[in-house]
Design a binder for this molecule. Structure first.
Ligand code: MRU
Length: 321
């Protein structure tokens, strides 16, 4: 299976996530402007994949002999919430004084690492899920997409599903569709189908009802930024899910590589939440669905307080705030 984001022949190559599941196509991004645009449009998305985009973007800029520091600024600010983006930029930038080959080597090392660390983090999380949830086979609930497509490869929260499925332990994954951009319905469902994991897509609003009916053994989500106290910023709707899970006594497990931990942030109140274009809500597949000029509130992320989380898991195991 190819990587979600990679370097080939002087270009950053990404799987175009705006086209899935209807079409599987690659985008060859040959300028930093094209890469920044791809990040803003969510053609490449998910915190760990954004870290790779940041690092490869700096490598691309150096390769083109551009103004690397100016490009690094543009890249780091393309989206504000996932800390991995600026982290990836900074990491590659740290090699600039050694020349462009060193920058590229660092970016490629980051890509290798991402795959490896997500595999380890999700293996730790799989053990925690097995310890917390006695029922077999497991009925899991996923929100947004924290799979291969959100990382360089393997995945974080969905990586747990791959580990458990390989052991024949997954009965079903309930996939929140994840309004408004449908990362669950379009991307997570596509990944689960590829791996023959049984799943059902549900409207986001059905998640609490599924828990009330006893249909969920564990909620698994990724993260965009984890504060030092363990508060978790993730796709909008995660906070509501965590409240519902607490109410119903369902374990709520967050899986992320340690690059998603922002040790400079004391708690989740300091996370900058991206607000996206009103048109993501006022229309559906090109058809208007609100009164003309309806005003909207369209935050892309929310913050879940650590006390609602059963475990935050990185490649080092359970995260201790
Ligand atoms: O807006 P997106 O699609 O980039 O949001 C992605 C998420 O919220 C994911 O859950 C998060 O980045 C973790 S991905 C391993």
């Amino acid at each position: 299976m190819r990587r979600t984001i990679d370097w080939a022949d002087g270009a950053v190559v990404v799987i175009d996530q705006t086209a899935l599941p209807g079409a599987y196509r690659l985008l060859e991004l040959r300028t930093v402007g094209e890469l920044v645009d791809a990040v803003k449009r969510l053609a490449v998305r998910g915190a760990p994949a954004l870290g790779a985009a940041g690092a490869l973007g700096v490598a691309l800029s150096a390769h083109l002999d551009s103004d690397v520091r100016r490009d690094a600024e543009l890249l780091a600010h393309a989206r504000p919430t996932a800390v991995n983006l600026a982290w990836g930029v900074e990491r590659a930038l740290g090699k600039l004084h050694q020349g462009k080959d060193a920058v590229l080597a660092e970016a490629l090392a980051l890509l290798d690492e991402d795959e490896r660390l997500n595999k380890t983090a999700s293996a730790h999380a799989a053990e925690i899920v097995l310890a917390e949830c006695p029922r077999r086979p497991l009925r899991l609930l996923s929100h947004c997409n924290a799979g291969r497509l959100a990382t360089v490869g393997w995945g974080s929260a969905l990586g747990v599903v791959w580990h458990l499925h390989a052991r024949g332990l997954v009965g079903e994954v309930l996939v929140d569709e994840t309004r408004p951009l449908l990362q669950g319905a379009r991307l997570t469902a596509w990944e689960l189908a590829q791996e023959n994991v049984p799943y059902r897509v549900q409207p986001d609003g059905a998640a609490a009802a599924a828990m009330a009916r006893g249909m969920v053994d564990c909620v698994l989500v990724g993260a965009d930024r984890i504060a030092a106290n363990g508060d978790v910023a993730n796709k909008i709707g995660t906070y509501g899910l965590a409240i519902a899970a607490k109410h119903h006594g369902v374990p709520f497990v967050v899986v992320a590589p340690s690059s998603t931990v922002d040790t400079k942030l004391a708690d989740g109140t300091g996370v900058v939440i991206e607000e996206r274009d009103a048109r993501e809500l006022t229309g559906y597949a090109g058809t208007p669905i609100t009164p003309e000029d309806a005003r909207v509130f369209n935050p892309a992320f929310d913050v879940t307080p650590f006390e609602l989380v059963t475990a935050v898991v990185t490649e080092h195991g359970r995260f201790a705030p």
